[in-house]
Each structure stands twice: as C-alpha cells, then as structure tokens.
Design a protein around this ligand. Sequence first.
Ligand code: ZN
Length: 365
Amino acid sequence: MSVRLSHSASSRFQNCPQDYKYWYIDRYRPITQSAALLFGSAVDAAITTLLVSKEKSPEAIFAFMWRFQDLNGERIYLPTSVNIVYSDSDWDKDLLVDEDWKTISEKFEVADPQEHIKSLYALKKEVGFKGLSYDQKQVLNFANWHCLYRKGLLMIDAVRKKILPQIKEVLGVQVYVKLKNSEDDMIVGYADLVCKWKDDRIIIFDFKTSSRTYEEDSVLTSPQLSLYLHGLSSQYNNTRFAGYIVLNKRVDKNKTKKCSKCQFDGTGMRHKTCPNEIEARRCDGDWIEVIDPEVFIQTIISEIPSRTEDIVIENMDNVNTAIKHNNFPRNFNSCHTRWGTLCPFFNKCFRDSNEGLIQLEAKKD
Ligand SMILES: [Zn+2]
C-alpha cells in the first residue's frame, strides 16, 4: 500500500503523529475552526486572481470567500458563525469604518456598538470565549469578521502596489506539485506562485498571512518550500530559489492628528487641544484623528541548500514508513501550541472525551 500525503498532512504528522491519526484516519474534527485558516484561504484565492486575471476582481473573490466556506463538510456563513475562533490580535477597532459600526448596531440593536464590544472583551477576559452566551459570541465574532474583512482588502491592495511591480512575469499560480518515492508514496501540494522576479531569478513563492514577523532564515528551513522546489525545479530552469511573501495581520495605522480649526499637524503631541499660536493666541481647536492603514509585507527569498532538500525528502520517507506501520506515538511536547492554545485533541488524549469534536463519515474510495 502506498501513502498519498498533502503537505499539511505531513506537517500534522511531524507535529504529532497521534494528531495525524485522529485527523486523517479516525476523521475527528474540532467543531470550531480558527479564523486564521479561513481568512488565509480567502486571501490566497483573491491574490491568485490578482496575479492572473484582468477581468475578475480579487476584491469580489475575497468578499465571497470570506463569507462562504466549508467547515467539516458543511457550507457555513462566516460573518455570523460562532464556530469560528478569532485570535485577540485579529481585532483592531480603528480599522472598522462607519458603515461597519452601523451594520453591527442595526443587526444586534445596540446603540453604542463600540462600547458594547469593549464590554464584551472585558467579559471574555473573565470567562473566556466559551463562557459567553450565544448572542454575545455572535456579536463579537461579527465585529471581528468585519475587522478581518477590512484587513483582507488592505492586503489585496498592498500586494497590488508593492508586490506586482516586482514581478516581471507570472509563470504559474497554484502550481500542482507531486513527488513520488520508489515505493510510489506521494506527497502533493500547490505552490501559490512561480514567477520571474525583477532581478530575473525564477522564484517559487508561498503567500502567508500572519500576525507575527517571520524569521529571516524561515525559507532556508522550510520543509514546505523545499518540497515544492524539489518537485518543481526541473520545470522551471532548475531554479534553486524559493520565498515567502508574508502579509502581516497587524496593520500599521499611521495615525495622524490635525487641528480641526487651523489644520496644524499635531501628530504625536499630547496636548488636549491645538497649541498653535495664531496672532499670539492659542488656537485651542479640537483634534481630528486620521488613520492611513498600511499592510507590512515581508518578502523573504533564499536559495534552498541541497542539504535541506535531502533531509526533508529523507524525513518524508520516514513519515510514510511510520504511517504504513500504523506507528502513531504521541508528541507530548505539542499539546500546548506555540501560540498558547491547546491541541484540539487534548481532551481526546487525556480524558478520552469527544467533547468539542465530531467524527466525519469514512471516505469512500
Ligand atoms: Zn489649531
């Protein structure tokens, strides 16, 4: 029997083999889904459109994909779903526009949505998201959905302005990668973008949305990019270059402050009102705060050393062998993730409890 693995499956196995077994063999799924994954897919789809299509609007693709996606085999409507878990860093009230606040206010009949959300966050701090009522969860998620919607639009615009001008030629998007070993085990994946960069290098790119900055050596040590390079290099002039384009979810707001009366620039000033002196008199005008939000894009390009490629491929073979022998040890070091959250199978492992999980039907062959 040969094994067919996606990149994410192999990465799940490497994180914890038992997690892999619960997910792919027993087909357990957490009822909730992190917003990060759904948001990442929607942004990916929009950027693919931006890279190849002159007719279709990436914003329209994003607007659709950020509304409707499948969760555990069912199509869900994202804005009002309470099964999506947003991270605290997703929220930034300054990015919501008047229209968003109006929508929230009307939908949930709250007079002051800003105050309302603030109090919900205070409550969440005490009781956790799980401790909130259904309605409270819905309001909070609806607001967060709007915030990420704004961030997504800013990201598309940032790629258009900052990345497109650096690409000489798009050679492929969502390029299918298939690797086979001597035992016919396969690993498959999709490279987001292969292009001729401004300096004529051919580069295999993966787009990421993240709330943290990536390390400068993250491409050098990425199993994902090594696999893609291994599978695609011969099709693209034997290129050795791969890269990440990381769209940062913490949007820079570039806040500025202006006087409403005399237009005096008070950015960074602590005065309650405008201190500008006009004809020996203090202006005293009220400040108007303006933001000019900007997405920080990190482009990391590296030459993949053949050593990295070798060890990644060797590891692949070991993973396949372990799966074939039903070898699924628990990695107790990954019960708590780097982001401070629990593994979705924590209760399953430690209490043999299915709480928070559903089991999908077996796949038909
Ligand atoms: Zn003034």
